[in-house]
Design a protein. Structure first.
Length: 209
């Protein structure tokens, strides 16, 4: 799993435990997911290049560093990925946001596309695909394929929790994509849910069943 990065910072792990708790209500769940996404964004952007710039402080001229003209695109997979966007935008406010709508067929467990809207300059941006759960890997792999078909030059995948099956599927389909996760769980159950996981992220975010 050379391209898999487990973000095990204590704050991330603490908040992830609260997210997993079945007694955490929708409001707290949303707040926690946003906070963890912001903390994860700190690590996902660690390789952004810097350039030296001259600025005037109140005291003197200083040579310091700023991100070197990086253009970022956030691509949440609907609908659960929406819960992570605001947290990332707090750290990367200039990022553009696209959306990929997929649902998993309950019989075949395969992804079905129903929506795709991306920034027009997608080929010029470093894209971060966002989805709380990486279960079978079908939705994430399909979303990445859509982006590559639109000439995306740089893609990362960021998820809260992954199953080994999902990681394997994405690695086999897209060996060039780095995967960032807060935890890798044990397995999938017969219904394609991550065990122990956190349940249905979309339902818990939006209070649906």
């Amino acid at each position: 799993m050379a391209n898999v990065h487990i973000l095990d910072h204590p704050l991330i792990q603490h908040k992830l435990a609260l997210i997993r708790d079945k007694n955490t209500g929708s409001k707290d769940f949303r707040d926690l997911v946003e906070e963890v996404a912001m903390l994860m964004a700190y690590e996902v952007t660690r390789d952004f290049p810097l350039q030296e710039v001259a600025i005037e402080t109140p005291v003197a001229t200083a040579t310091t560093k700023m991100i070197a003209g990086r253009k970022v695109g956030l691509v949440p997979i609907l609908r659960a990925g929406l819960g992570m966007v605001d947290g990332m935008l707090r750290l990367i406010p200039a990022a553009k946001v696209g959306h990929v709508g997929l649902y998993r067929d309950p019989e075949t467990l395969q992804p079905v596309e129903y929506y795709c809207k991306l920034p027009p300059d997608v080929e010029e941006r470093d894209l971060i695909v966002i989805d709380p759960m990486l279960a079978t890997g079908g939705s994430a792999s399909a979303a990445i394929t859509f982006l590559k078909e639109r000439r995306a030059r740089s893609i990362k995948l960021m998820c809260l929790i992954a199953a080994p099956e999902g990681i394997k599927a994405v690695e086999e389909a897209h060996s060039d994509v780095d995967i960032f996760v807060a935890a890798i769980d044990k397995q999938l159950n017969d219904h394609g849910y991550i065990v122990p996981g956190l349940g249905d992220a979309g339902d818990r975010l939006f209070g649906t069943k």
